[in-house]
Design a protein around this ligand. Sequence first.
Ligand SMILES: Cc1cc2nc3c(=O)[nH]c(=O)nc-3n(C[C@H](O)[C@H](O)[C@H](O)COP(=O)(O)OP(=O)(O)OC[C@H]3O[C@@H](n4cnc5c(N)ncnc54)[C@H](O)[C@@H]3O)c2cc1C
Length: 396
Amino acid sequence: MPTPNHYDIIVAGGGPAGSTAATLLAQYGYQVLLLEQGEHPRFHIGESMLPKAEPIMQRLGIDWAQNNLPKSGADFIDEKSGKHIYFPLRGKYRTFQVERSVLDEKLFNNATTQGVTARQNEKVTTFNCDESGVTVHSDQSVYQGRYFIDATGRNALSGKSHQSINKLDNLGKFALYKHYHLANTPKTEQLFTTGNIEILLTDIGWIWCIPLTQQRLSVGLIVQKAYPTELKREALFDHYINASPRMLELLEGAELWADLRIEADFSYVNSRRYGQRLACCGDASGFLDPVFSSGFFFALKTAELIADRLHEGFQTGTEADPDLHAKTDEIYQIGFQSMHLMVERFYSSNLVHNLFFEADRDERVKQEITAMLAGDLWLDNNQFQQSLLRGRNKMA
Ligand SMILES: Cc1cc2nc3c(=O)[nH]c(=O)nc-3n(C[C@H](O)[C@H](O)[C@H](O)COP(=O)(O)OP(=O)(O)OC[C@H]3O[C@@H](n4cnc5c(N)ncnc54)[C@H](O)[C@@H]3O)c2cc1C
């Protein structure tokens, strides 16, 4: 039996990454403490999911079909030229548009059900990891453990304390978004039936349009390029929404459900993602501009990689090895860098016009892009992905 303040693993952050890591480690039989500074349900942006999250959901024992809108695929649209392309994303695995406050609470409560000691309203303030163990201070107590997992999201507790957060330039600068309750029209009915995410290109970035359950719509404007600075943020948002025929058509008769929110400076990598008795997962290890909706999937994937590797480390008595996660980090990097390169091309070389819109003429390329958009990032025969990675090697 552990002493009251002693655990095998202490996880900071009860978002999707932290709840997943904690649950999988509890399933292996470890004593896990999960500390969340806030209280569920809490609002979180990031509503469009990828199918490759589903096998991890299954391991967690979560049926994510409940309360969420089935998502068929992703539509990239240029209203100016009238071009668009649709990538179907439902294959072996299903995916959904979700209300994150509900799903994140479910993941957190599921951790408790599976044996994790989970506490809310408790903020991790500092941690120390060395060869003999870890000490974690919260605003309420001090804990000892054998391993510390940082899943503090974009607060990036360890990345900030190690000064290892490096911003990724030239991706989206900030996001402005609102939620609406839509009127019942043939156009909105069609949107809720397909459940597609729509990505509408604009001259300063792009707009996301994500249908949710109960006739709700999440609409976000990502600003990447210089914009008319005389416009205040709300006016900027309204200006671009009003300039989009598609948005006007969907928002006809809609009611505002949640006011404007803003997120800024969201793309970075943490160059120190693991160390002695320390591993970061989810946004604490890095975050990409959300154009391809990869954040939630990477949160679950990094948590899974870390939990499985840590279990091996405990079993072989190598958990104090500072390089315990070196191999799994290489695996994660294949996925993260591929997605990063695709996001970079989205902004720098007009990927959607030059490649996506042409992909309908080449079934192989279309399938390879579709695989990446589904989160299937570790196939060894994806030539499109390999060419992206080769391009990176040339640039290095
Ligand atoms: C504008 C925007 C749009 C997005 N759209 C999408 C999308 O469509 N699809 C998608 O998949 N992703 C999207 N994302 C990203 C996605 O939301 C995140 O990648 C995902 O939430 C990461 O999960 P996480 O568990 O790592 O972090 P979080 O979900 O942020 O959870 C971290 C948790 O840690 C807690 N915490 C922080 N510091 C401490 C501390 N010191 N002690 C204790 N607890 C702490 C926080 O309260 C929080 O609950 C978007 C992000 C942005 C900014």
